[in-house]
Design a protein around this ligand. Sequence first.
Ligand code: ACO
Ligand code: HSE
Length: 363
Amino acid sequence: MRTVVKPVDRRQVAIGPFSLECGEVLPAVEVAVEIAGAWEPGRDNVILICHALTGDAHAVGDQENPGWWDGLAGTGKPLDTDRYALVTMNVLGGCDGTTGPASLCPESGRPYGSSFPLVTIRDMVRLQREVLIRLQVDRLQAVIGGSMGGMMVLEWGILYPEVPRRLIPIATSASLTSMAIAYNEIARQAIRSDPDFAGGDYYPDAGPVRGLSVARMVGMVTYRTPRLFEHRFGRELQRDGSELDKENLFQVESYLRHQGQKLVERFDANSYLTLLKAMDTHDIGRGRGGVRRALAHVEASVLMVGIEDDQLFPAYQQREIHRWLMAEGKQSDLFMFPSDYGHDAFLVQFDRLGPRIEAFLSD
Ligand SMILES: CC(=O)SCCNC(=O)CCNC(=O)[C@H](O)C(C)(C)COP(=O)(O)OP(=O)(O)OC[C@H]1O[C@@H](n2cnc3c(N)ncnc32)[C@H](O)[C@@H]1OP(=O)(O)O
Ligand SMILES: N[C@@H](CCO)C(=O)O
């Protein structure tokens, strides 16, 4: 007898005090969780979905309120809600209901703002484990996610090898390249140099919206490919007229401004800084004798997915992880595909991802 959770069950799970890798303790942590699909007895049919930088707990939605992975998850889809209970949590440090910089600090009664501590990808995963324990989920059919979400997938396989049966890390790496950290630093500087940042203590105001918008614009350039921009925008202008009119934007400028504006309407700048730092400091080899030794802990079978045209998480990084897993005698498959979308392909190219993921889950 299955307990059907329909359409999507959203909960706040209270964890209480939570110790971080940096040594600080958050006194009262809460996590926003969404569950789509049906629990099986023993809760043995759970897939954990880990979101990327600006994602949230709402991976699976409906017509009125679409989710960010509806192309992959839902009735009859590769992440089939008729078969699995799909659990997605907003990450620690985020701004969609889980404790983050905009949350009230119980000790001061004010938003954490600049006092919010450094959180790591490992902290995020340890917190997810605490939530699953409270949901009485002991084993996972799979953990899946792209980009920052993929970093969490890898950490799941290493921190809790006995829990996931399968890992599907997508467009991710064992640690960021120096170039990716460089882009993140430009984003940070854009946010911090906005006068409305106010040292991070801008609440209840919206804060550094111009800085956050520029940060998103930089990010967008790294998430896509030159080919896509060329094809979409070329040298098209926004209005009829001349390029030699300083008010007449190129379409690509207008597009980036629109993307910046979209993000500031749904994201908090301090969360953006917190999550960028978590990505920068991610290194599965830290304190474990290096990446290969860390991967030796993995017990799950792995489908490593990469995008050949990813500028941010270059394809060699996914190939390397697959090779190291194989060298450690682990079960690993590699699925690489080309896409003009570049890094963002994991949020868009469901025709490429879906069949491979479905086959791996049915294996
Ligand atoms: C969609 C959500 O669920 S967002 C909430 C949760 N967020 C996440 O999960 C984060 C992950 N999601 C993402 O990063 C993105 O939503 C993606 C990658 C999935 C898709 O990105 P999009 O911005 O939809 O794709 P795309 O590059 O095609 O841009 C389309 C937008 O640019 C606008 N646009 C296109 N050309 C131009 C131009 N020349 N000038 C101005 N705007 C332009 C379109 O009108 C459209 O605007 P809209 O989104 O307000 O309708
Ligand atoms: N488009 C993704 C990029 C990071 O993977 C996001 O906004 O989360």
